[in-house]
Design a protein around this ligand. Structure first.
Ligand code: DGL
Length: 263
């Protein structure tokens, strides 16, 4: 039986899910967290559904062993390909993340919404189901962000290669008059300043990070699992590749411990 004091478990194929961790930590600063960055196996976006399911199961079991009271699948690719299987396998609440195309489609004025996500997310049955439920008047411009996750994972976030790829992916969306661009991968919020330089002022760029944090809070409240102790939270990050990129991304957070894990 899990208690309020148990940690929130979070995993991603890499360091991108820290964009979700930051939202959760801001909303629930008293909660202990355990984050697993499976960077050795990134990117998940090019893998088969079965491979993504298998890796997600492995990550989940690691977090359950560490005592997680809830698991946040901080990866659109793992959510859209594996969350049903995870929910069927384990008796623990799971919170996933999906591209925010529904809210974007309700707000667009041009009727055209761009989505930048991994191949695995865009090809998933869950994504297909979500898009098929949108109004016929909405056009979705899908773009695979090939190469972006690798550059971020390899510490090349601010490289010429990144600028080249972002322009290549975003310009066609602007030409097709997208006024909303959905970031459908948890690594991409780190690219926001660079994407803003490419888009014009009237293009909104949205992601689902804040909504996920709120959902974590709701589910913990419903189950009476919110940690109400006044102690400082403990936040442990495990990564199975070079720690330095993760250290850099978390440099403004003092209460984080980052450990290499042979996983
Ligand atoms: N952060 C993952 C996501 O949200 C990246 C996927 C990948 O590793 O390709 O989809």
């Amino acid at each position: 039986m899990k208690s309020k004091q148990h940690p929130i478990g979070i995993f991603d194929s890499g360091i991108g899910g820290t964009s979700i961790w930051k939202e959760i930590h801001q909303l629930l600063p008293n909660e202990d967290t355990i984050y697993l960055s499976d960077s050795k196996n990134a990117p998940y976006g090019q893998k088969s559904t079965q491979e993504i399911v298998d890796l997600s199961i492995k990550n989940t079991e690691f977090l359950i062993d560490k005592g997680a009271k809830i698991i946040v699948v901080a990866c659109n690719t793992a959510t859209t390909n594996a969350i049903q299987q995870l929910r069927a396998n384990y008796d623990i609440p799971f919170i996933g993340i999906e591209p925010a195309i529904k809210p974007a489609s309700l707000k667009t004025k041009t009727g055209t919404v761009g989505i930048l996500a991994t191949k695995g997310t865009l090809n998933s049955a869950l994504f297909e189901k979500t898009t098929s439920n949108l109004s016929d008047e909405i056009t979705i411009v899908e773009q695979v962000g090939e190469g972006l996750v690798e550059l971020i994972e390899n510490g090349k976030m601010y490289s010429e290669e990144m600028t080249y790829l972002l322009k290549k992916y975003i310009h066609p969306m602007l030409e097709k008059k997208c006024d909303y661009i959905v970031l459908g991968c948890t690594h991409y919020p780190y690219l926001l300043p660079q994407i803003r330089k490419i888009t014009v002022d009237n293009v909104q760029i949205i992601d689902s990070g804040e909504a996920v944090a709120k959902q974590v809070k709701n589910v913990l409240s419903q189950r009476n699992l919110v940690n109400d102790s006044a102690n400082k939270s403990s936040n442990v990050f495990y990564i199975n590749k070079d720690k330095s990129v993760l250290e850099n991304i978390l440099k403004d957070y003092k209460n984080c411990k980052i450990d290499f894990l042979d996983f």
